[in-house]
Design a protein around this ligand. Structure first.
Ligand code: ATR
Length: 275
């Protein structure tokens, strides 16, 4: 059995094992995926364990995505630019780190909402860990402007600077979004606002939303946030956070197995786990 897993803290609620085991089964692969609770201070040993136990692949989640880069043999260029690794591939003891969050997001946006950022202006809300991969991937896809609004404006400006080699990018406060909001075709919530249990909160005023806009929320608990409900009421196209989770997993699966991920089956398994 070819072994895979996910390292995180906390890890109990991870849906990755259900998703990947379903994918292995769907393709008839002799492989398995388990969740591992790796405490702070034990990550280095855990990574050594990938080699010792000859795991083929590992996902890395909060809080280990940055530190894990210190223990790998090679870091893919995109992961290096984003500054975080969420996927490790083990080639006969040589560990390479990738980041599939950003490309997973872009692929889900295309597949599920039919939206391609090339040549378009986009507004990102939030500048934390999740925002980094999304901002980088949208910039690389060729967005004509990436506006990043954050409560802490300095973090928005830093993130904008870090992707400015790939697309024109601007950090700003939430108030300043008034000046650019009529130019954008996509709004993405990368903040934790609206996440369970604070389901009544929205990260931004939605009164200006309209039917030519796509609104995307990385929050997937609940599956449909208040932001998305209000966007839908304004006729906007909506895109939920489950897609990013699904497609970051699909890319990881494809790196490990060399096979096309059975996304429909993976989605079904994850949705079942949420019920
Ligand atoms: P993640 O890894 O999920 O992105 P994070 O790195 O802690 O988590 O980032 C959380 C994001 O949500 C940040 O952009 C944060 O804004 P600050 O940088 O100003 O802290 C944003 N956020 C969290 N709670 C918020 C709130 N109540 N209002 C506005 N923004 C909030």
């Amino acid at each position: 059995t070819v072994m895979h897993g996910v390292f995180g803290d906390p890890i109990k609620h991870s849906k990755s094992p259900i998703m990947h085991n379903r994918a292995f089964r769907e393709l008839g692969l002799n492989a398995a995926y388990a969740a591992f609770h790796i405490l702070p201070g034990q990550l280095k040993d855990a990574v050594a364990g990938i080699r010792a136990l000859q795991f083929r692949g590992v996902n890395v989640t909060i809080p280990h995505k940055l530190e894990v880069m210190d223990y790998l043999d090679e870091i893919d260029e995109d992961a290096r630019a984003i500054g975080a690794v969420n996927t490790i591939v083990n080639d006969g003891g040589k560990l390479t780190g990738y980041n599939t969050d950003g490309i997973g997001y872009v692929r889900s946006l295309k597949e599920e909402a039919g939206f391609s950022a090339a040549g378009k202006k986009v507004l990102l809300l939030g500048a934390g860990g999740a925002a980094r991969g999304v901002a980088y991937a949208l910039a690389k896809e060729g967005a004509s402007a990436v506006y990043i609004a954050n409560r802490t404006v300095s973090k928005a400006t830093e993130l904008a600077d870090s992707i400015s080699a790939y697309a024109p990018a601007y950090g700003m406060s939430f108030d300043e979004t008034i000046d650019i909001r009529n130019d954008v075709e996509l709004v993405v919530n990368n903040t934790s606002v609206g996440m369970h249990p604070n389901v009544d909160e929205v990260p931004i005023d939605t009164s200006w939303f309209h039917d030519r806009l796509t609104v995307s929320d990385l929050v997937y608990n609940p599956l449909v946030t208040r932001l998305l409900r209000e966007a839908e009421a304004k006729g906007a196209k909506v895109h939920g956070g489950l897609g990013m989770f699904l497609y970051q997993g699909a890319y990881a699966f494809e790196y490990w197995t060399g096979r096309e991920a059975p996304v429909a089956a993976m989605r079904e398994a994850v949705l079942e786990a949420f019920r």
